[in-house]
Design a protein around this ligand. Structure first.
Ligand code: PLP
Length: 389
């Protein structure tokens, strides 16, 4: 048989899924492994979806997505961040940020173009760059700096082939919220070297310690930024598959070009549910965020009391503690913790080399389970130090 696609064949399967699959086969596992809210979608949103089904909204929508939804998204961005986009020409509804990321990279890149990716980062970034024909160039961030990007390190990685910088804030897996100054410095770099910025802001509503900075709202950024957002996390809507891209018209036009041939449109029922998510009272989202924050405080404090250094996660729903004192590497730590104490976490190295020495724990898990997980991790750490003696 002739060989299959080289780029896809060379791409390793997701390191997150591997642990998830092992955990799914075991009893009594506390999973801190998956990056998914443990809430169901708020009832008013589900009800809108039911209404849409009952009333036969089962067709395609416009390729751009429902205009009402685009209007709500653009009005919200203008309102919260001062980022202004035309709902008719600069906004596209996608099947999740996953599709938005794919479209952005396909539209921006020519074969061999380089994309600078600060890591540790979301596992899909580098494969998507490769699938779009690009080459990702990793730049490290350090937990000693709370995983803030260092503009000097980014600048040192720029070559004549660099096309874009891809960054997520608040971040998966670290929970880091990039300081405004770091983002401004990236915009300045992008202007100086004529680069695009791809800003994954799927966790923008999930911030606990400060306010979110929207990349497109920064001076000089709008014309070179592709802004990605979605409904999966803040509204607990992972299974509905709705997200969006806001970008300057020439970029948005080409994103629609790909989307209309590959996806046609995001699911109609899901778009109607998303309209309700955005236009309804919003107190349900606030309650979920307050709940994540409570869990975050308990969990991070608990990790620190166990002797694990844990940078303050300012956003998303992940803690990324250092496990160096255990004397184990990330893979061994995660594997042994799963088998010996039945707690599933994700080894930090799957998010890039700078994640080595850490594990990702999702605290989108009920508080009693988080407390039980802390006890189990404590018992596990005792066995690590016993063996080290
Ligand atoms: N971007 C980040 C940083 C994520 O963590 C995830 C999901 O975990 C996604 C994008 C994908 O989101 P969606 O469900 O909208 O495709």
């Amino acid at each position: 048989m002739k060989p299959l696609n080289d780029v896809i064949s060379a791409c390793p399967p997701s390191g997150i899924r591997r642990f998830f699959d092992i955990a799914a086969e075991m009893d009594d596992v506390i999973s801190l492994g998956v990056g998914e809210p443990d809430f169901v979608t708020p009832w008013r949103v589900r009800e809108a979806g039911i209404y849409a089904l009952e009333n036969g909204y089962t067709t395609y929508t416009s390729n751009h997505g429902l205009l009402r939804l685009r209007e709500l998204i653009c009005a919200d961005l203008a309102d919260r961040y001062g980022a202004r986009f035309s709902p008719r020409t600069e906004c596209l509804i996608t099947t999740g940020v996953s599709e938005g990321l794919d479209l952005a990279l396909r539209v921006l890149l020519n074969p061999g173009d380089e994309v600078i990716v600060p890591e540790p980062c979301y596992v899909a970034y580098e494969p998507n760059v490769a699938f779009a024909g690009g080459v990702s160039v990793r730049v490290p961030t350090r937990w000693e700096d709370d995983f803030a990007v260092d503009p000097a390190v980014v600048e040192a990685a720029i070559t004549p082939a660099t096309k874009a910088i891809l960054i997520g804030s608040p971040a998966n897996p670290t929970g880091a919220v990039q300081p405004r100054a770091a983002l401004e410095a990236l915009v300045a770099l992008a202007e100086r070297h004529d680069l695009y910025l791809i800003s994954d802001e799927i966790y923008d509503r999930l911030t606990y310690t400060g306010t979110h900075t929207c990349m497109s709202a920064l001076p000089g950024a709008r014309e070179r930024t592709v802004l990605l957002g979605g409904f999966s996390k803040a509204y607990a809507m992972t299974g509905w598959r709705v997200g969006w891209i806001c970008a300057p018209q020439q970029v948005a036009d080409l994103c629609v070009r790909v989307h209309q041939y590959t996806m046609l449109c995001a699911p109609h029922v899901s778009q109607i549910a998303a309209v309700e998510a955005m236009s309804g009272p919003g107190s349900d989202v606030e309650e979920m965020v307050a709940d994540y924050d409570r869990r975050r405080r308990v969990f991070v404090k608990g990790l620190r009391e166990l002797g694990l250094d844990c940078p303050e996660p300012g956003g998303a729903f992940y803690a990324f503690p250092s496990i160096r004192h255990s004397g184990l590497d990330s893979e061994t730590f995660a594997e042994r913790l799963l088998h010996e104490q039945k707690v599933a976490v994700v080894p930090g190295n799957v998010f890039g080399p700078s994640g080595e020495g850490h594990v990702r724990c999702s605290y989108a898990t009920a508080l009693p389970q988080l407390e039980e997980a802390l006890e189990r991790i404590g018992r596990f750490l005792v066995t690590c130090s016993d063996r080290a003696e």
